[in-house]
Structure formats: structure tokens, C-alpha cells
Write a protein that binds this ligand. Sequence first.
Ligand code: SF4
Length: 713
Amino acid sequence: HIGAQTVDRRVDSVCPFCGVGCQITYNVKDEIIVSVEGRDGPANHGRLCVKGRFGFDYAHHPQRLTRPLIRKPGVPKDPALLSHQGDWRDAFREATWEEALDFAAGKLKDLRTCHGDKALAGFGSAKGSNEEAYLFQKLVRTGFGSNNVDHCTRLCHASSVAALLEGVGSGAVSNQVNDVEHAELILVIGSNPTANHPVAATWMKNAAKRGTKIVLADPRVTDLGRHAWRTLQFRPDTDVALLNAMIHTVIEEGLVDQEFVTQRASNFEALKQNIQGYSAEAMAPICGIPAETIREVARAFATSKASMILWGMGISQHVHGTDNARCLIALTSVTGQIGKPGSGLHPLRGQNNVQGASDAGLIPMMYPNYQLVSNPQAHAWFEAFWQTRLDNKPGYTVVEILHKCLAPDSDPHKIRGMYVEGENPAMSDPDLNHARQALCALEHLVVQDIFMTETAWLADVVLPASAWPEKTGTVTNTDRMVQLGRRALNPPGDARPDLWIIQQMAARMGLNWHYPGPEQGVAAVYEEMRQTMAEAIGGITWERLEREGSVTYPCLTPQDPGQPIVFADRFPTADGRVKLVPADIIPASERPDAEFPQVLITGRQLEHWHTGSMTRRSAVLGAIEPMPTASMNSAELRKLGVQPGEPITVRSRRGSVVLTARRDDGTPDGAVFIPFAYYEAAANLLTNPALDPFGKIPEFKYCAVAVSAGGTL
Ligand code: SF4
């Protein structure tokens, strides 16, 4: 340990490892981050989890990319030879920035010239700053000529956002996490916050200590269950059955907040009509929760002074993810549990800037601030603002783009060239064999990243970018807090800030942008973005962020303190009311059968973040969780004849992986849980690419697999 007094400098920033947005201070000595401390930020009050405290040595890892790389002529793109299985020097040669950028952008430009505006697509990143997300989507829209731009929100909360925009008119949270201290009851559903949002979970645990009732509803019983008043381990894929049964109870037992429903909700009669077949008694055998327990929890939720719902990917990553979220909106609305302290809706955002990247327009159907590209007024406004012609048709989403890479040559929408900035679809997308084939089929793939990720390994050009501690920029956390991250280090070698690289690509695509040099450039991009998002961040100037470090939106004027709780008087919908949308049971796309009798649930674990490219290069995090594991309960392991620590093989219709068995009695019968951070046994080789029709999110939380003992690790 090196004490604060012995370091060269201390730099305040924000943790980049999850949407909680803990404020940190880097302690830097000899250009190395030697330790990290939690600051008294509004989201963390000094607290940090293991990733925030010990996860930053990835920035100094010897495998950092330090030179632009160009694929050697004749070296095939072979998914079987991903980065961990070979030396990238066999496939790539080093290049100057000039040569690499000319080749990267020049070939994209040629493809557009030859094949039209729909031939290109871009994946931006929720791990970078708002400014990067804003400029990246602007580059695709104005330089590539289409709205084929998306990012990993499509893989996490797209269905939640679809339901929220439809229901309450805003995709963001209504209340901040630490508002749970004002709740009498919190329903945590489809979320494992102690692993995925650890500091947020501390607010929940503290509330429980003070008497708040936690209801944990999840097919997996996770650590928060130790603090729960009731734990509802419902069967995987039965969210709508459980939630409709709760709404049915509320209506049948006369617990509806009539005043709220009359004055502030629409479509109640349709909801009431639809819910008739969903009594607790009828749904109990489906979801596996006793009817009396469903009724007890529904009563408690409806009658508490303040009830709040927090949810995660367990709700959203289903083909019925939007319906799941619609049920949550209906439950909170019929009970009037929204628009006041300690009550409301909180979809816990996963990546550090997935809220901000979506706000900034890094999605194919919306410009910044959720303005529909198909809305003539919004379209005209952005054409005038960016002074260029824009496509008014929504672009393709993440999984659709990969499908379009494999379209026949005759398809005018075939994607032939892509620019991927800071994402790793060769690990994060469903049905990886297909996704990797799609990336290999591209005529030109440009990848901008800090490591030779699985996606970079399939690229034609690799542009070495900056790690989070090497750049300045804003991020927006799950609570709608816009926060300032500050540069503490210089990038290694010839690596460059992402914002600089995007601008260089734009210049070579023929765009005439003029932003000032590095640090001022970030502020200039932020100020431009602020003009496009006046109803959200109009009052949050760059100077204010430098001064205050964190401001919550909506914030309309420089004097506005921001609004931690929204929807107090009206919803930002056309009629000012919340729209109640009925939902029926839609089964998972792929149910277990004789050949594939078990259910696969994928997710994250505390120590590793997403595809693991950063956290698996952290010594402490890697030491705690060094290898891919598959969790099953004791009974399931006994059935297999497997002891914890022994190898098991998990197969689906799409692929097969071998992992180490782990005992976890919170995993339900007939199911196996696999984290998706491990390239050695990539969980997404198994997953099903079936999409929710509204949010276009894949069904990562449910597919049929067969588990057997043995296999070569
Ligand atoms: Fe970082 Fe999230 Fe942990 Fe906070 S809770 S330290 S933001 S990973």
C-alpha cells in the first residue's frame, strides 16, 4: 500500500465498471495507478466494491494495444484462431496512424460509394463517455448515411426502455437507488445487485436493517435473499404469470389507487379485462409460488406507504422482456406507487454509461434525447443542426446488423463494412458461432479498442484506443447523474483518445468537423450535445460539471438542482398519463425437451465485467475468479454424479462448452448458470438469438441445454 502522501498525484474520476457510478480518486505514482479510493459521491458516499477498488491494473497490462495494426495480406479471418489461441503478430502488422486511418476510413467510404448508404454499420460503446457516444452516432448518421448504429443497450435493457417509453414516456429511472431508504417495501426482480451493482445493493441492505421489506423475486436465489422479507423463487420464464397474478390480486381485493388511476393513468379497463384469467390461484402452479404468498406480497406492495421496484436483465433478456416491464409499470401504476419518495421504477443499468450512450442517440431508431428518426420534426431539426441530409428510416439493431452481414449479395441492405468502437460482439452476442461468422463475412471491419479482443482478432484494421483513466469525459449513471471522469494517465505508446480517433475517421469519411484539441474538444462536444438534449441536460454546463462533479437530470437551467424523483405531477407522454399495457404469457423461444432437458441462464459475477476484457486482466479480480464455472444446485450435481470442481460439458443446439462445476443451491432445479466473461468457455456459444419483438433484445436468460459430466478443460 502506498499512502496518499507519497503519491505523485491524486485525480478525481468515476468508476468505469458499472452503472452505479461510484466516484473515485486515483492515486498515481510513477505513471501507475497504485490505489483507488472511494469519494463521497452521491451514488456511493465513499463506498466501492472489489472492481472499483482493485480493478484498475488492466490499464497497465502488457497486452495493451499501443500501435495501429493492419491485417497481413492473405491471413484468413478464422474464428477458430481467436486471440487467446495465437499471437496477433502472425495476423497483423504495425502501421502508422496515417496509414491505418486512411485504410480504415477509405475502405468504408469505398463500400458506401459502391453499395450505397445501407452497406455500413457501427457499434459504439456504453463503456466510453457521452461525448464519444454522441460523436460516434453522429459519424454513422452523417458519414455512413444511415441509422445503422447501436450498442450494448440492445443486449441489456432495450426491452425495458421500449416498455418505459411506451408507458411513462421516458426510458430513464423514476427514482434513484438510494431512494430505497424512503421505501417501506422494495421489490427486486430479475436482478442480482450484490454481484452486479454492489454499492447500490448496500443501500438496499441498509434499508432492510431499518425495517424496509425486501421482496426478492428471481429464479435464482442470490445473496440479497439473506436480507429479504420474502423470497419468490419463481420458475424461469414465468415473470408475466407472477406479475399478472399480483396485479390481479390488487384489483380483485380492491387495493387499486383509484384516484391515481382515474387522474393519471390510461387504458385501465383494458388491463382489468385482460387480467381476469390471471388469478393467484391459476398462476401459482405455473410460476411455482403459492397463491397465498403471491397475494401476501401483492397486498404488502399495494398498501405500503412507499413501494419501489428495481429490476435487471432477468426481466429484460427474454423474448417477452417488454411484456415483463409492462407488467412492472402496470403494478406500480395501479397501486399509485410512483412519483413520490421511495416509490417508482428503477431498471438498474449495467454498463457505466449505458444510460448516457442511449441518451446521446447511440441507438438506431432515435437521435439524441430519444427523438425518433422517423418523426418529421425531429428529422428536420437534426438535418438543420448537423447541416446534412439524414436517413429518416430506423436502422438495424445489434443482432439484426450481424444477420445482415450474412445477407446475400443481392440484398440492398447487406452490411459490408463495420466500425466497432469499444464493443466485443464476438463475445457478447448470442449464438457466437453465427455472430463470429457474420463478422468474418464483412469486407472491411475496423475495431477500436484497448486490447486484442475476440472482435479485434477478426478485424482488418485495429485502432489502439484509451482506457478510461486515460481520458476526460462525462458519463451518466443508472440514477440519471451526469458525472465527470478525469484523465489521470497518458495512453501507452501510440494509443490515442477515442474521441480523437472518431474525429480522424470522420475527417477521412469526408466530414467537415471542427472541434478544438483534446481537452477543450471534449467540452466542445459536450456543449454541442447539450444543445440537442436541452430538456434533459440543458442546465448542466461543462463548467458546472467541473465544479460540482455530478448533476442529476432533468436539469433545465444552470440554477436547477436537478430532479432525483420524476413524474410527481405528470408523465412525459402525449396526454400526461401513464399508459397501462396488458401482457399475456408468451413462452420462451426454446423450451427444454428430451434432447436438451435443462435451462441455461447467463449473467455476470461480482469480479468480472461483461466480456472480461478488462477485469480478467486485473490481478486481484483474476485471482479471485480465475476460470469459467457453471453453477448448479446440489441435487442437480448429484444427478449428474459430479462434484464441485469437476468438469462438465454444456451443449445447446448452437454450440458446446466445458466448464468447472460449482455448487450454488440458489440455482433452480433443472437449470445451469454460466457467466459470460470467459473466452475459454464462452456462454454465448450456447445462447439463442431469438429477439423480443419490441426491444429487439436476445433471450440470454433462457435456452435449452444438455449438461453432462466430464469434458476437457
Ligand atoms: Fe464501480 Fe459499480 Fe463497484 Fe461502484 S458498484 S465501485 S461503480 S463496479
